[in-house]
Design a protein around this ligand. Structure first.
Ligand code: ATP
Length: 373
């Protein structure tokens, strides 16, 4: 078991492409850290540098207390699980799992003990004599996990290990990997582009964009206190709504005013807002779909509330059983999404009033996109 430290780690590929910029990260022993971000953000490159499969262009990587920049992958005491399983087709599953130890000349009875232990943890006892092609995708991925467990590494590295599985199996295997982490009590680093996977599995999440670390935080903090619009929009589904507007003061009260109306702000935020320069009062409101209260107003035909503030027109409703998504037009053709209880009965073309929860409103700088409050 070991922690890990990246200090100003950069990756510049031979063609000059700068894929990872000054990555600084400290991972403590036993953490489950997830690297997440859209395609091309550099998450696999970062993981592959930790694995030793990709050279580090500059910066330092420590596993435990050891500087490992120039240590070969096999001597880093890590095990990597890939998306495509990477099992040897001509070997049985037992032989696949035993392979790493055999290379290290571990005695046969010790290998057997380790393979049986891993097989037991993952429920693979009955599949060991078969070849990988005789297994389902989910079973193959478990063999690949078993092969990693058998090596008893200090750090497990996983690159999108669930992406070849169907949706149901992905959810099951996700839970299995989380349980495995609890059982093995060792460090896991896991790469995915799927924010749900990141949020459900990680004890800490590293959000990456264009090779830069955007935020490193617990799932709850990422969700509640995103540092910028990118993180705010990437974490959470459906994604956070963004509405341009400005802070205004009327009769001593502060409001967020936008093209569709205005919303009074919490007193706690007043001091900060009043301290902003006039030029800083143009902001972007971020509000999650689940933090928009929706009140049914009137149908379009007898709409007599034309001038009311915060009106929206229901454009589409999506019933998901346990909740409903409402796609709302808040004038000037801007669409936003609200996530409401199925008991909220609205139909397409209804006019509704939207009330953002005051304690859940986020404000971002329109140019830097950084969080303001
Ligand atoms: P994905 O989810 O699509 O796998 P990723 O976040 O894992 O994406 P990386 O594979 O780390 O992204 O790639 C990061 C960037 O580096 C991409 O823009 C990619 O095109 C580029 N890249 C990757 N490998 C090389 C290479 N060998 N030479 C040049 N550029 C590369």
């Amino acid at each position: 078991m070991a922690g890990l430290k990246l200090e100003n780690v950069n990756k510049i590929y031979p063609n000059g492409f700068h894929a990872v910029h000054d990555m600084n990260l400290e991972i403590t022993d036993n953490e489950f850290v997830v690297f997440v971000g859209p395609s091309g953000c550099g998450k696999s490159t970062a993981l592959r540098m930790i694995a030793g499969l990709e050279e580090i262009s500059s910066g330092e990587l420590y596993i435990g207390d050891r500087l490992v920049n120039n240590v070969s992958p096999k001597d880093r005491d890590i095990a990597m699980v890939f998306q495509n399983y990477a099992l040897y087709p001509h070997m049985t599953n037992y032989e696949n799992m035993a392979f790493g130890l055999k290379l290290r000349n571990v005695p046969k009875d010790e290998i057997d003990k380790s393979v049986q232990y891993a097989a037991e943890i993952l429920g693979l006892e009955n599949l060991l004599d078969r070849k990988p092609r005789e297994l389902s995708g989910g079973q193959r991925q478990r063999i690949a996990l078993g092969r990693a467990i058998v090596r008893d590494p200090q750090v497990f590295l996983m690159d999108e290990p669930l992406s070849n599985l169907d949706a149901k199996l992905r959810v099951q295997t996700r839970a299995e990997i989380s349980k495995l982490h609890q059982k093995l009590k060792t460090t896991f680093i896991y790469v995915t582009h799927d924010q749900t996977e990141a949020m459900t599995m990680g004890t800490r999440i590293v959000v990456l964009k264009d090779g830069y670390v955007m935020q490193v935080d617990t799932p709850t903090n990422l969700y509640d206190n995103p540092k910028n619009m990118f993180v705010a929009g990437f974490i959470g589904s459906p994604q956070m709504n963004f509405i341009e507007g400005e802070f205004v003061e009327e009769s001593g009260d502060l409001y967020f005013q936008y093209h569709g109306g205005k919303v009074m702000l919490q007193n706690e935020k007043a001091a900060v807002i009043r301290s902003l320069k006039q030029s800083e009062k143009k902001v972007i409101l971020g509000i999650r779909p689940e933090h928009l209260e929706v009140v049914v107003k009137a149908s379009k035909e007898n709409d007599d509330t034309e001038n009311d503030s915060n009106q929206a027109l229901v454009e589409v409703t999506e019933m998901l059983g346990s909740e409903t998504y409402l796609f709302l037009n808040i004038k000037q053709n801007q669409s936003i999404v609200a996530r409401v209880e199925p008991s909220v009965k609205v139909a397409v073309n209804d006019t509704v009033i939207i009330n953002p929860r005051k304690d859940k409103m986020h404000f971002f700088h329109p140019e830097t996109e950084e969080s303001l409050l």
